[in-house]
Design a protein around this ligand. Sequence first.
Ligand SMILES: *[C@@H]1O[C@H](CO)[C@@H](O)[C@H](O)[C@H]1NC(C)=O
Length: 342
Amino acid sequence: MGKREDVSKKPPSTLRRWLYRSRLINFLPIDRKKQFYLLTVFLVGVILFGLLNWRKSDASSESVTAGKSDRDRATKLPALRTGNTRLFYNRVPKCGSSTLVALLKKLAERNGFQHHSSPKLDDWGMFIKEQREDFVKEFNDEPPRTSFDRHLFFLDFAEFREKNPIYINLIRDPTERFISEFYFRRRLQNEGVKKGERKWYDEDLENCVRTGKDYDCRLIDGTFIKNMIAFFCGHDIECSKHNSPNALSRAKQNVEKHFAVVGILEDLDMSLQVLEQTLPAYFAGAVDLYASNPDHVVNKGKNRVDRVSEEVKQIIRANLTAEYDFYDFVRKRLIAQSQGKL
Ligand SMILES: *[C@@H]1O[C@H](CO)[C@@H](O)[C@H](O)[C@H]1NC(C)=O
């Protein structure tokens, strides 16, 4: 066997010598050179396979930003990297959510996704564990390209080892929201109330705040309140306590970690611009669609709101401390996003 002798004349490389000596290369009943090549081919195959799969999973986790620009690729937002492409708008009430949902429905046609509105309007949260788990399962049964809206406190899917959806939301000046909420409850929800109850429903906010006799006009630290913060903090009762520092910090952390965009109603144009650039798969064309549609503002004026004096607004504003802290935090983040800094 002349060939074999030729090879043995050349001194094998250090790597080859080490492999020959090790058990790795001496387990097959064929010659050591063939074993060496087999091993090399096998290792190269493993590395290529690994590389290909890594590229693939990288692409699928970003597929929600389909048609992505370099800017999207460079995004540091953890909310876009969960691997769950479904969008969850856990809409805060009285913050223009009907307008945003109407827009999402039009965008669904334009951008080829499905929009699903929950029929449940009142059941906002403080869910016990079983309820949270049921919701997570139901939510992830939706097709992957779905946007879903419901008034619901923030819910961390990771609690049930599921991937979080892409959360978005829209908030509003806390005093304006408080006023809107008051009149919504007292004026729009008063159909068919008994005569004896009429007085409560007809009360105006001005009086209610000044006399402080009703629970829904009182803003006392630690009492339960229908706040915006719970929609970002969660179902724990602590999240619904007025001015809870704990709830505030949890809400901020969740925004940073789980919310792709939280818009501001007072800056709706900027909010839509940021939504469009951050989530083009859902919001491409949102700015134009909104600007070109004259009847885009849904529900405006439907909710009769009595004039509220600046003095009473000031009383409300002074006590909504945590809500304003949160509002300012969200506004700063939105501005940073609009400037491409986030
Ligand atoms: C605002 O907070 C203060 C201090 O907790 C309280 O005394 C006052 O009644 C609150 N105002 C309203 C309108 O609830």
